[in-house]
Design a protein around this ligand. Structure first.
Ligand code: HEG
Length: 147
């Protein structure tokens, strides 16, 4: 089981406490769809994704970005039990949505970049360590029900 130090817990809580879901969620998801265009295949029913501007201005993508970030709240509230917390979401992505689990890491990296850009110099190496550890556990948990 993953161990979290008090410092890591404090850093992760403080990132989420000041998180602007409506800004960061859409930016992270649209960045993922632009930088890794093959991830667009899962969003065929979301309307116009024909270029970067269309993706960034697509309201369905924006709403889904916010939804994904709120999905991370569950991990935040259950940091000592992330695998079980995400069991159902993992099954959904695997068996219903057929999302290649490699894509979880790509979205996590986009989220790190968007948050780092917003936080600027306060995104210290210690902050990055804690946040990427958190996302690595999320990515691993979302991939757990694939086998
Ligand atoms: Mg997923 C649905 C969270 C990565 C594609 N995703 C959802 C939902 C949540 C969620 C909470 C709604 C579930 C429901 O309706 O019950 N997703 C989530 C997280 C992460 C992630 C936390 C990783 C950090 N998702 C992800 C990636 C892709 C993807 C990488 C594809 C590249 N998700 C996807 C699709 C849906 C969801 C296609 C269904 C969207 C819809 O039809 O409304």
């Amino acid at each position: 089981m993953v161990k979290w130090s008090d410092k890591e817990r404090a850093i992760i809580s403080s990132i989420f406490a000041s998180l602007d879901y409506e800004d960061v969620g859409p930016k992270a998801l649209s960045r993922c769809l632009i930088v890794y265009p093959w991830t667009q295949r899962y969003f065929g029913a979301f309307g116009n994704l024909s270029n970067a501007a269309a993706i960034m201005g697509n309201p369905k993508i924006a709403a889904h970005g916010v939804k994904v970030l709120h999905g991370l709240d569950r991990a935040l509230k259950n940091m000592d039990n992330i695998v079980e917390t995400y069991a159902e979401l993992s099954i959904l992505h695997s068996e219903t949505l057929h999302v290649d689990p490699d894509n979880f890491k790509l979205l996590a990296d986009c989220l790190t970049i968007v948050i780092a850009a917003r936080m600027g110099s306060s995104f210290t190496p210690d902050t990055q360590l804690a946040f990427q550890k958190f996302l690595a556990v999320v990515v691993s948990a979302l991939g757990k029900q694939y086998c």
